[in-house]
Ligand binder design. Structure first.
Ligand SMILES: Cc1cc2nc3c(=O)[nH]c(=O)nc-3n(C[C@H](O)[C@H](O)[C@H](O)COP(=O)(O)OP(=O)(O)OC[C@H]3O[C@@H](n4cnc5c(N)ncnc54)[C@H](O)[C@@H]3O)c2cc1C
Length: 403
């Protein structure tokens, strides 16, 4: 028997983008369904979960969901730098707790959450606009009719692909990591490890979660390199490269694997009755491949814009455009600048990485943080590009501002 439902808004995908969209939409009083294909929200973890305390506070994520980070260490084959802050500015999220908290907020606001629902088809009207989705649930075929649909399915972009609006991301990052118990670790310090032995295109990492638990991983840029991140992770663990050696005995608890788009902001993200959010929209900072804060921030915007459109009974691409305008104004120029730095980093040899770390050593803490967060305020960058006391740093900032 086919189950059939009618909602104002159907959100496909229970990651941070989907839950956040469902939250603001339900809060504004419309009827919202959030659909997730796994057995529970965040059953599979596909991310390292690094984000910024400022964003955590903005979203109201509870303190028990993260481990704060004060020190940022980089290591290249023959160089090392640690940038320290007096207060914690970054954090490593307990991903399951955070994603479940986000979904719970949506549920408390009135959204209905359906798990074990794998959506694989779209329903169109006579104009070829989307008006629903269908898939399989615990009891067989299931159909959801809706005024607006949100594609929050992440990298796979299931809904936009089924509509024929997008094709597979061509440039992306592939990452593999272990969450593991270790003997020795400073819970306040993260490590980024660069150079050919760690990864030919990208970086490796150690992110502490507290209680002697860390995430150790390797990211590889595609198509730049054909190295398999899982294989490379095993190799660097066996060789106990760099700071990995200091961790002592490593006992894996869980393995994570994921893909993140890195094609820039190339996609249109509103269509008649359809919005793309989070990774399906390509909203990620390509420098360090982080997208969680954007998924939450712009998910919340999408929920509000969609509910306003539904209440006004006009849900075409024009009515939904304020969402795209909002996120483009907020991050488009920053992401474009970050791409230029990433292009420089992806081609560096080991010797050049050693030198790049010398440049990073010259950055003040706040300059470094703006840089790694891709928070490139243009006036700030112009100032630094012209008047930073160190020539090498001026060159780096010149690159960001586009000269
Ligand atoms: C290795 C790696 C490390 C990363 N590290 C960081 C980091 O440290 N910090 C950071 O900010 N970002 C990081 N990211 C990026 C971050 O994970 C993403 O930007 C973020 O998860 C995007 O959220 P989302 O909700 O758009 O997608 P997702 O988190 O991918 O959520 C999509 C959801 O949709 C569900 N779904 C998919 N298809 C269907 C379907 N057909 N039917 C129903 N449900 C479906 C999935 O099960 C999933 O729950 C990393 C990514 C990778 C790959």
């Amino acid at each position: 028997m086919t189950e059939e439902y009618d909602y104002d808004l159907v959100v496909v995908g229970g990651g941070p983008a989907g839950s956040s969209t469902a939250f603001t939409a339900a809060k504004s009083g419309i009827k919202v369904a959030l659909l997730e294909k796994e057995n529970s929200i965040a059953e599979t973890v596909r991310t390292s979960g690094v984000t910024w305390i400022e964003s955590i506070k903005e979203f109201g994520i509870p303190d028990h969901c993260y481990n704060p980070i004060k020190n940022f260490s980089f290591v290249s084959p023959n160089n090392e730098v640690t940038i320290s802050d007096s207060i914690a500015t970054a954090a490593v999220l307990d991903v399951r707790k955070t994603y479940r908290w986000l979904a719970h907020e949506a549920e408390k606001a009135g959204a209905d959450i359906f798990v074990k629902i794998n959506i694989n088809e779209v329903i169109k009207n006579e104009n070829n606009d989307i008006v629903g989705v269908s898939g399989t649930g615990p009891n067989g075929k299931i159909i959801f009719h809706s005024k607006v649909i949100i594609d929050a399915t992440g990298f796979t972009s299931v809904i936009s692909k089924a509509m024929g609006f997008v094709t597979q991301w061509k440039r992306f990052g592939a990452g593999a990591e272990y969450e593991a118990k270790v003997e020795n670790v400073d819970p306040d310090t993260w490590w980024l490890m660069v150079g050919q032995e760690y990864t030919p295109a990208g970086y490796a990492w150690i992110f502490p979660l507290g209680n002697n638990i860390v995430r150790i991983g390797v990211g590889v840029g595609k198509p730049e390199s054909d190295v398999d991140p899982t294989q490379r992770l095993k190799e660097i663990l066996e060789k106990q490269l760099g700071p990995i050696k200091k961790l002592g005995k490593i006992t894996p608890i869980e393995f994570h694997y994921g893909l993140i788009p890195n094609d820039g902001l190339s996609r249109k993200t509103v269509f008649n009755n359809l919005i793309l959010v989070g990774d399906s929209a390509g909203q990620a900072n390509p420098l360090v491949l982080e997208g969680i804060r954007y998924a939450i921030k712009f998910g919340r915007v999408a929920g509000k814009v969609a509910s306003d459109a539904i209440k006004n009974k006009k849900t075409d691409a024009d009515a939904l455009y304020p969402y795209e305008e909002n996120w483009r104004n907020a991050i488009e120029s920053k992401i474009n600048s970050a791409r230029k730095v990433q292009d420089r980093w992806i081609g560096l040899s080991d010797k050049e990485w050693d030198k790049e770390l010398d440049i990073i050593k010259e950055l003040k803490t706040e300059e470094f943080l703006d840089f790694i967060k891709a928070d490139f305020g243009l006036s700030n960058m112009l100032k630094l590009a012209v008047s930073h006391p160190k020539l090498a740093v001026r060159q780096l900032f010149n690159l960001v501002k586009g000269k």
